[in-house]
Design a protein. Structure first.
Length: 216
């Protein structure tokens, strides 16, 4: 089919199957005919839609590199990716077998693998695992790795919480009112690590802190 009919087909109906088939034939005939078709599209179209459709097809369905497509169509790589847009497709989730609309934003990125519902479930599970990593270490056996909680105690977030607790207590032990001892901040609850409430923390001197843990 002469390449001029590609232009006519795209003008008549955007995204037409005839245009796609013609573009495939052009790709099979080599870069020379492809360049001629691009020139016709750029010179003969009243707007950029036909050229943009060609760019979208070449980007997503040909083996040409983005650089080569940019050279053929006179577009920068950034503009090329913008014109190509995301690839939208209907897929079946391998977990729940439901159909969902997937998106692929770049040829170099993997497409969506599971449906949004399963993605949300994965996020919730990851969040739950994170919280469990910070659970009350008083009830963990000695051999369990406590690096997560130790790392939190070194974080700026905990240092800020500790300062607030000390100020609220007036820099005194909340059991014996001592202020000449080393003061430590004790967790009454480990349920809200990183977002502790006032009742989750108390300020104790070292001797009182040891007594509290012995009682536990």
């Amino acid at each position: 089919m002469p390449h001029i009919r590609v232009v006519e087909a795209i003008k008549i109906r955007e995204y037409a199957e005839l245009a796609i088939q013609s573009l495939k034939e052009l790709l099979a005939d080599g870069d020379r005919m492809l360049e001629e078709a691009v020139n016709d599209l750029r010179a003969g179209a009243e707007d950029d839609d036909p050229l943009h459709e060609l760019i979208r097809y070449l980007y997503w369905h040909s083996d040409l590199s983005p650089k080569k497509i940019g050279e053929l169509t006179g577009q920068s790589t950034e503009k090329l990716c913008y014109i190509a847009g995301p690839l939208v497709f209907l897929a079946a989730c391998p977990r729940c077998n439901s159909e969902f609309v997937g998106r692929k934003t770049s040829r170099n990125r993997q497409c969506d693998q599971v449906c949004p519902s399963c993605q949300a479930a994965d996020s919730l599970e990851a969040h739950r695992a994170f919280l469990l990593d910070w659970e009350d270490t008083r009830h963990l056996p000695p051999e369990v790795d406590r690096a997560g909680y130790s790392a939190y105690l070194q974080s700026p977030m905990w240092k800020d919480q500790r300062k607030k607790a000390l100020r609220r207590a007036g820099f005194r032990c909340q059991v014996c009112s001592a202020k000449d001892q080393r003061l430590e901040v004790h967790h009454n609850s480990y349920d809200r690590l990183g977002r502790e409430l006032i009742e989750d923390l108390c300020v104790l001197c070292s001797p009182c802190h040891r007594k509290v843990h012995n009682l536990d």
